[in-house]
Design a protein around this ligand. Structure first.
Ligand code: FE
Length: 193
C-alpha cells in the first residue's frame, strides 16, 4: 500500500488486519452499518425539537440534561454520550462545527453532511459566521449574535431553534417536518410553508 491509497483501500487493509487478529466481534460491522443507515437520522433530532416546542417540561429537561432527554426516545449510543442542546433566542443563533474534523451527534443528527467536513467551512465559520450563513441562504438580522460551538471536546450538540412564526396551530407531527439536519446544525432556520 502506498501513501496515495484511497480511503477505501486503507479501510479494507485495516479490516483485513483486524479480522486476521480476530479483533472484530461477530456481527459488529453489520450492526454498525444498520445503525448508520437506519438508526442515525435527523428525523430523530426533529422529534426532539418538536417535542421541546410543545412540551415545556421536556424542553426544560432537554436544556438541563440533553443526554437524558434524548435517551427518553432511545436516541443513545456512539457520539451521543454527552448531548448538549443549544437554545436559540431572538438575539442569539447557535451554530455547530467541528473545527478539527467532522464530529456530529450521530444518534440525533445522523452522519455529517459533506460540506460540514470541508476544510473551508470549518475554518471560515469560526472567523466569519455571518457571511458563511448568508452564503448558505440564511440571512440573520444584524442584532442577532452568532455563537459558534466547536465540537472538538466530548460534548455533542444539537441546536434547539426558535419555533417559527406561523407554526402556532401545527401539531407536533407537523412541526417535525420543519426540522432538517441543517436546522439541527444551526445553519438554517425552520420555516413554515
Ligand atoms: Fe470532529
Amino acid at each position: 500500500m502506498t501513501a496515495t491509497s484511497t480511503p477505501g483501500e486503507r479501510a479494507r487493509a485495516l479490516y483485513a488486519v483486524l479480522k486476521n487478529k480476530d479483533l472484530i466481534p461477530e456481527g459488529y460491522i453489520e450492526q454498525l452499518t444498520q445503525l448508520m443507515e437506519h438508526g442515525w437520522s435527523p428525523d430523530n433530532g426533529a422529534r426532539i425539537v418538536a417535542k421541546a416546542w410543545v412540551d415545556p417540561a421536556f424542553r426544560e429537561l432537554l436544556l438541563k440534561d440533553g443526554t437524558a432527554a434524548c435517551a427518553q426516545f432511545g436516541f443513545t449510543g456512539p457520539q451521543g454520550e454527552y448531548i448538549v442542546a443549544l437554545e436559540d433566542t431572538p438575539t442569539l443563533k447557535n451554530v455547530i462545527v467541528c473545527s478539527l474534523c467532522s464530529c456530529t451527534n450521530w444518534p440525533v443528527l445522523g452522519l455529517p453532511p459533506e460540506w460540514y467536513k470541508g476544510f473551508e467551512f470549518r475554518a471560515r465559520l469560526v472567523r466569519e459566521g455571518r457571511t458563511v450563513l448568508r452564503e448558505l441562504g440564511t440571512e440573520l438580522p444584524e442584532d442577532v449574535v452568532i455563537k459558534v460551538w466547536d465540537t472538538s471536546a466530548e460534548s455533542r450538540y444539537l441546536v434547539l431553534p426558535q419555533r417559527p412564526a406561523g407554526s402556532e396551530h401545527m401539531s407536533e407531527e407537523q412541526l417535525r417536518q420543519l426540522v432538517t439536519k441543517d436546522v439541527l446544525i444551526g445553519v438554517a432556520l425552520p420555516r413554515v410553508g
